[in-house]
Write a protein that binds this ligand. Sequence first.
Ligand code: DQA
Length: 146
Amino acid sequence: MVNILVLNGPNLGRLGSREPDVYGGGTLDDLRAELEGEAPPGHAIDLRQTNDEAELISWIYEAVDTGSPVILNPAAFTHYSYALRDAAALVTKAGLILIEVHLSNPFAREEFRHTSVIAPVATGTIAGFGFDSYLLALDAINRKLG
Ligand code: DQA
């Protein structure tokens, strides 16, 4: 069984009530159900959320140690966390897939959101499609893993 880690950064635990005009009305539990419905045979979805940078980094180490592909929404850490970037680099340097996702399109928003310190070390980035950003990332993982 391959575990796909779907890691979510700060404030994403409030999906459903947080700025629904920007992020949509679905909750993380709704997202988990959608991803589980699309997981290919032999793959399990392990979706987690934290507001804590250290915890997020420890989950990324876990992905490296267990050889798990990662779908990562770093939320606001996207724009400034060099610590998270260095951890994400460990995943891709290990030859594992790490896809950065965003519900919104940060490039269409405030200027501080136009920088991602994660993107240069990610396998790829998918943004602007709501929950479909995650589903497209899952599809990309399926295709890459063959
Ligand atoms: C986000 C975009 C970030 O700029 C923001 O800080 C978030 C969510 C997104 O999914 O659109 O918390 O990552």
